[in-house]
Design a protein around this ligand. Structure first.
Ligand code: CP
Ligand code: NVA
Length: 303
């Protein structure tokens, strides 16, 4: 039984295979006659819509479920919810606060579990990100990706995906918001070494990609004022893109807090690839599900 809780649940070959399947516009209808439960503890625009459409394109029936409605660990345990949903659905996706929740679901071993964002990881977004970069550059080997801001769920998954495909990954953010040692070890185990920079201008100089995410993630709203102060100096604005150089493209997982971590001029500017990135969420999700419920379920990588 395979799951996608984080990018390093895939081997490098499997990651390539998922991305190949993402560009297959006539994918195998691996969900024909089946449902996929999509459980959300947090809001979503892109993830819900891209997953629903991907499930539909694979012949399945997506079912959107607000976590409050089923009361995970309130009305009944996460394990009992998982057993119940697995009785009706061929796959379960969950967007959660605690990463342990998707691990507990996967621990039941009943149907493949897809992490649709946890406090620690956002692998579906990272798949769309590297798909977007492949379309821009071809092979990612030797390309440079600089992430500016919070060392959060988005950064972990992006660093794994881009690094596993051979990109050089750079990080810059204020002290206190950098990757803990345990995360560095996990990245290193996947062959990914992150170069850390104190100053955003140094991190982005000469890179191919500048990436940022919100300073305040879902669930951290109480810290917003403090974070706003701490992250000053790590905004991606026109001057920072100029410091990156003329070839750099800009990515952001969205939603953007315009005027905070990024300016309008960058999101809407010529270097921005955020709308292809958004569109690729559906293609990446379809590729992942085609692999997870097809080749991976059949026991072969297909690579
Ligand atoms: N990027 C992303 O996951 O967007 P949503 O929160 O809208 O799903
Ligand atoms: N880091 C953000 C990503 C949103 C897609 C969050 O967790 O809210």
């Amino acid at each position: 039984m395979r799951h996608l809780l984080e990018i390093d649940d895939l081997t490098v070959d499997e990651l390539h295979r998922v991305l190949d399947l993402a560009t297959d516009l006539s994918p195998p209808r691996v969900l024909e006659g089946q449902g996929m439960a999509l459980v959300f503890e947090k809001p979503s625009a892109r993830t819900r819509n891209s997953m629903e459409m991907a499930v539909f394109q694979l012949g399945g029936h997506p079912m959107y479920i607000q976590a409050a409605e089923i009361g995970m660990d309130v009305r009944e345990s996460v394990e009992d919810v998982t057993r119940t949903l697995a009785s009706y659905h061929g796959c379960i996706g969950a967007r959660v606060f605690a990463h342990a929740t998707v691990e507990r679901m996967a621990g039941e071993g009943l149907v493949p579990i897809v992490n649709m964002l946890s406090d620690e990881a956002h692998p579906l977004q990272a798949l769309a990100d590297v798909l977007t970069l492949q379309q821009e550059f071809g092979d990612l080997a030797g390309r440079t990706v600089a992430y500016v801001g919070d060392g959060n769920n988005m950064f972990r998954s992006l660093a794994l995906a881009a690094g596993m495909l051979g990109a050089e990954v750079r990080f810059t953010g204020p002290p206190g918001y950098r990757l803990p040692e345990a995360d560095r070890d996990r990245l290193a185990a996947a062959g990914v070494v992150v170069a850390e920079f104190d100053r955003a201008t140094d991190a982005v100089a000469g890179v191919d990609v500048v990436y940022t995410d919100v300073w305040t993630s879902m669930g951290q709203e109480d810290e917003a004022a403090q974070r706003h102060r701490d992250f000053e100096g790590f905004r991606v604005d026109e001057a920072l893109m100029e410091a990156a150089g003329p070839k750099a493209v800009f990515l952001h997982c969205l939603p953007a807090h315009r005027g905070e971590e990024v300016t309008d001029g960058v999101v809407d500017g010529p270097a921005s690839r955020v709308w292809p990135q958004v569109a690729n969420r559906m293609h990446a999700a379809r590729g992942l599900l085609a692999w997870l419920l097809g080749e991976a379920a059949d026991g072969g990588s297909g690579a």
